[in-house]
Design a protein around this ligand. Structure first.
Ligand code: GAL
Length: 471
């Protein structure tokens, strides 16, 4: 049984579904630039130029949302569609009109929007000024966030400032496999993470002081986390490595916001130690200034993106050819133990979600939690009758139910990733996460429900009627 107002949702992100990359005055984003570089940065040089064409076919998406019986829909707004150069100096009214229509249509269908302000697509004009490595970004993001609160906040009550700052920092600025494609191990990622936290906090404070009383919404940031367990549960070294693994991923962002206002102690000490060992002049993990608004307490709920679980073991000493990467700072390595299905990184471990939810309850003071993304992909020939993914949704939603009933976790909602097959970042269109199949070869980008979509619709309607009957 789920609580009466439980949010049953699905999620998407602007760059992954909208297309219309230069339509109606939209400015370019770092993902436009990254994909247009070619050279295999993205699988077969795919791009989000067109993708599902949701910019044109929004009404088709709405039909999908209605067919599933969703109570909530999580979408992101494209910053450079609204503000082509990233600043409020120039507003693209056609972009405003598009999102106004999306929001109004959702509400008219009795579906609550959850809006993400930033899902990986920084306006290129801001990247040209240093992007997230620049301290100025906190103010610039705050202005953009205020613009959105002002424009859409009369109707949007659930806000996510930033999606997965860990992924932006690490994949975008350390591994270089996501836009903007920077590879500066151990320095840029920490700086980017830091500025993203400052930007998020600034936007939360603005909402709190200027909009909350009138608009009555809630604001958070979406953090991705694997669940992690020690390879050898009897080994104190593996246990410590697992704690470090979590500290250097979820803890990196959750500790400052939910626990202390600063990075986890183990992260500070490890980075400092390794900086000395490797003769870096500065400690690479920046300090929060006391003169700035606090980071602690800047989330009205915990937004979690969960996909997979890992087994972790300690590594003794510095590995061969070692560098300064954040995972090397953690000195914890992942053992690919659970079987992987779909994409290479995705081991399906439904009870990992339950354990992670319990960990969040215990570690972060029992927050209200929305699972803002969770899903399972298919790769290769399309299977419309995707029984494996049906089982996946059954199992994982059972685990969420157990977390609520047996562990007392305050879970308020579940958003499947994703409503539609879409542009899966560096994997292009090779990997399909949708509840609806999208035929990318057709100009109409026809949407067709998968069996797993019908399964999810069935789950929603079953739980909703149970809730209604018990009221
Ligand atoms: C998340 C991301 C989504 C989606 C998903 C599946 O990291 O927020 O945009 O791509 O992963 O890989």
């Amino acid at each position: 049984m789920f609580p009466p107002k439980f949010a049953w949702g699905a999620a998407t992100a602007a760059y992954q579904i909208e297309g219309g990359w230069d339509s109606d005055g939209k400015g370019p984003s770092i993902w436009d630039t990254f994909c247009h570089k070619g050279g295999g940065l993205v699988y077969e040089d795919h791009s989000g130029d067109v993708t599902c064409s949701s910019y044109v076919f929004w009404e088709e998406d709405l039909k999908c949302i209605q067919q599933l019986g969703l109570t909530h829909y999580r979408l992101s707004v494209s910053w450079s569609r609204l503000l082509p150069d990233g600043t409020t100096k120039h507003v693209n009214q056609k972009g405003v009109r598009y999102y106004n229509k999306v929001i109004d249509d959702l509400l008219a269908s009795n579906v609550m929007p959850m809006v993400t302000l930033y899902h990986f697509d920084l306006p290129q004009a801001l990247q040209d000024q240093g992007g997230w490595t620049s301290p100025e970004m906190a103010d610039i993001f705050d202005s953009y966030a205020c613009f959105c609160f002002q424009t859409f906040g009369d109707r949007v009550k659930l806000w996510i400032t930033l999606n997965e700052p860990y992924v932006c920092a690490k994949l975008g600025h350390e591994d270089g496999i996501f836009a903007p494609g920077i590879k500066e191990p151990g320095i840029a990622a920490y700086l980017v993470g830091h500025n993203m936290l400052r930007a998020h906090a600034r936007a939360w404070h603005s909402y709190h002081s200027m909009y909350r009383a009138k608009q009555g919404g809630a604001v958070s940031l979406a953090l991705n986390s694997d669940w992690a367990e020690p390879v050898n549960p009897a080994s104190p070294d593996d246990i410590a490595a697992t704690e470090r693994y979590l500290a250097f991923s979820l803890g990196w962002f959750a500790w400052p916001v939910f626990v202390t206002g600063d990075y986890p102690e183990v992260m500070r000490s490890r980075v400092e130690l390794r900086s000395k060992e490797l003769s870096c002049q500065d400690c690479r993990l920046p300090a929060f200034s006391k003169d700035e608004p606090s980071i602690l307490g800047t989330a009205d709920f915990f937004a979690l993106n969960y996909y997979t679980s890992r087994r972790v073991k300690a590594v003794g000493g510095l590995p061969e050819g070692c560098g300064l990467k954040s995972d090397q700072d953690a000195e914890a390595v992942v053992d690919p133990t659970w079987p992987v299905c779909g994409v290479s990184w995705l081991a399906v471990v439904p009870d990992g979600l339950r354990k992670l939810l319990k960990y969040i309850k215990d570690t972060f003071n029992n927050p209200a939690v929305y699972i803002t993304e969770n899903g399972f992909s298919q790769v290769g020939p399309v299977v419309m009758d995707d029984v494996q993914r049906c089982g996946f949704y059954q199992d994982i939603i059972q685990e969420v139910a157990k977390a609520i009933q047996e562990d007392g976790v305050d879970v308020r909602g579940y958003f499947a990733w994703s409503l539609l097959d879409n542009f899966e970042w560096a994997d292009g269109f090779r990997v399909r996460f949708g509840l609806f199949h999208v035929d990318f070869a057709q100009p109409e980008k026809t949407r067709t429900i998968y069996r797993s979509g019908r399964e999810y619709a069935g789950i929603i309607s079953k739980y909703q009627s149970q809730t209604n009957n018990s009221q």
